[in-house]
Design a protein around this ligand. Sequence first.
Ligand code: IYR
Length: 222
Amino acid sequence: MSEPTFVSLPNYREYSVAETQQRAQEFLAEVRRRRTVREYSSRPVSRDVLERCLEAATTAPSGANMQPWHFVVVGDPELKRRIREAAEAEEYEFYHHRAPQEWLDALAPLGTDEHKPYLEEAPFLIAVFVQRYGTLPDGRKIKHYYATESVGIATGILITALHHCGLVTLTHTPNPMGFLNTILGRPKSERAFVLLVVGYPHPDARVPDIGRYEIGEKVEYR
Ligand code: IYR
């Protein structure tokens, strides 16, 4: 077992009370504007910006610092076409056979169906994988703790970073997502967590007229 070593907290910043309040307000105003978008412009997205946002995502805290994520950025039209084809096949089954009525009722306000043109129209898809375990240089397996939670946190940072850059996303979870391992050549030790659609909104993009709960219904202080 290796002994822990410590360094002093690097780059920590404290703000004045007024600045703290302003930052909290501004951040809230910024994230409040985020909406999930299903209609994309074919306008390209700077690869450089994606790289910075992905790097931001990989700063997420993770169980035992295992960093149990893997991101595959897909911009190749042929790969996007294959992903769309596979996703639409699964989604057809979902909407027509697998989904219980209760689930379909819950989705009704979103107006979704098995057609997923955005998987080809958006400039990039980011397939996010959970690494259930890692492999040491000598080939031994190493367990990842809280892998799903960690990848969820990283994905949240990614979505927020992309929004911060004026990009829009869709958190797409075709069900099941095993086809992503096949198409993208990822090992069985990884499970697809989400397929993030990334781009600029179509000029005529519309979003469902749905709202958020009042904060008091979701947060309490004791
Ligand atoms: N995966 C399907 C269904 C779907 C499920 C949930 I939960 C959503 O919030 C939205 C859609 C689809 O993408 O259409």
